[in-house]
Each structure stands twice: as structure tokens, then as C-alpha cells.
Design a protein around this ligand. Sequence first.
Ligand SMILES: NCc1[nH]cc(CCC(=O)O)c1CC(=O)O
Length: 304
Amino acid sequence: MALWQANHVAACLERELFQTEIVIITTKGDVVLDRSLDKIGAKGVFTEELEESLRNGTIDIAVHSAKDVQSTIPDDLELLAFMEREKVNDVIVSFDPAFSLQQPSIVLGTSSTRRRSMLKRYYPDIITAESRGNLQTRLRKLEEGQYDALVLAFAGVHRMEYDHLITHMLPETQFVPAAGQGSIAIECAKNLDLGRKIALQGILDHTDTHACLRAERAFLRTMEGGCSIPSFALATYTDEGLLQLHGGLISLDGQQYVEEISAVTDVDQAENMGFSLAESVLSRGGKQILAEIRGHRESDSSTF
Ligand SMILES: NCc1[nH]cc(CCC(=O)O)c1CC(=O)O
């Protein structure tokens, strides 16, 4: 998927007569596959190595899944562009076209605490199993029968052209996606040539997606960030042209759930909306959920 994304960016740039070269950089998130993401611990498992290459000039831009970019990035780097978003939904993928979520003793593979918590909330009888690795690896394990189905982001499944395996498109009002899901983020060093920055931004940035991502990432930052916390945030434009944000937190067992929706008319308020919505979620029970998750992690530390 990372390679698809890089090729996609290169194709967009080449259409505008930019010359491009793709440099493949492997990250910790790609290598350490025997532990779940929330147990690798360090933030930015998918981004650290790329950021080092931006600093030393090996590369001009780094291409990330926006969802994998830490909520706060280092001072000497910046997010230059967010590309137009795919459908944001989570989906169920199975080799059985008749797969039903109502069957007894289903095992669903997922690597995300958010998806696991939401499955526990909406489908308490479903058994969840850890599933890490790239999409191809997960699909192989699915085909071998380790799970009955997988929960994945539509965006990744679509980019890898596995749409035919999608059995359910989960509603984004229920399985609210993680901040950034479905968009590609372009990162660069702050000291990259200004003319280049402006040209790249002009080609790659999608204004509406960027506004949504500002709101979602502000929410995530206030929420103490990281993909290990089952928070969710989805900003969209309403038919009336309001920028709306749906964000919240869910406990690991799916029992506690705090959500809120707010909207602003002025895009300049995107970040403020994200901050205040997160503050409100934290004060309305979110803090207890976070404390409970931290307690859970500490008692679980032997598996680090
Ligand atoms: N953490 C892995 C990751 N990062 C981005 C995507 C999906 C593509 C996207 O959201 O843009 C995925 C896989 C998944 O969640 O199924």
C-alpha cells in the first residue's frame, strides 16, 4: 500500500511534468510484526525513518497514510499537503461472499484497538484476533483460515484492488474512523525550497480534505494522540457547507462510549473545533476511559 501511495503521488507529479524518483524506506511498523501496534510503544512507528531522510535531504517529500502520522510532528518538519480522501469507512473483508456478522462464533482479525472496541460494542458475540502485517499478509492468513473475516479500512483494500472481497461497508456513523483515515499526507522539511513547496502543494493538496484533517488532527492531539488509543474522529462537509466533526472515545470493552458532534461555518475554526470537542469528550467521561486503558496497559506490561 505504501508503494501504491508513492506511485500515486509520483503519477500526479509527473502529469504536471515533475521528475520523480521513489526511494523505498522500511519503517519499524513494517518490520516488527509480532507485536500489536499499541505494544510497540514508540510513537511514529510508520514515520520515524522517513523523517530522518527528510532531514538529511535523501528525499524531498515523504508519503504517508495520514492516519499513521503522529498528531504532533517534529518542529523542523511540516505537513505540506493532504490528498483527496477516499471513502472513509471501515469494511469487512472475507473470502466467503455470504459471510454474515450474525453467524455464531465468528473470529474477526484486526490490529486496531478502535475496531476491536467497536466490534465489542456492536457485535458482542464476535471474537477478535490480532492481525498485523501488510494487507497481502493479512489476506493470506485469512485465506489460510486463521480468521473468518478481517476489518480493514476501505481505502487500503481499494488501493490494493481487493474490492471484490468486501462483504460489508460498515457505517461511518457507527464505526467512526480514526483521524486521517483514507487520506494521504505529504510531509517535508520546513527548509525545503519555498518554490518547490508551493508547487507541490498546488498539485497534491485537496483543500476540503485538508480542512477536515486539521479538525481531526487537532482532536487527536488533545486526546493524547497515537493509534494505540481507541479514539475516533471524522470531519465532513455538510450539505449546507458546514465543517462538521464527529469525535469520541470508546473503552476497550466497548461499554463506555463518549461521542460528540459539532460544526463550524468558518474553516479557520477547524482546529479550535477539534481542540474543544476533544476537551469536552475528555471531561464527559473520556478521562476515565483513558485512565482505565492506561491501567490495563500497565498490568499487561509483561508482554511488552
Ligand atoms: N495502520 C495501517 C493503515 N494505515 C492506513 C491504512 C488504510 C488506508 C488509509 O486509511 O488511508 C491502514 C490499514 C487499515 O487500517 O486497514
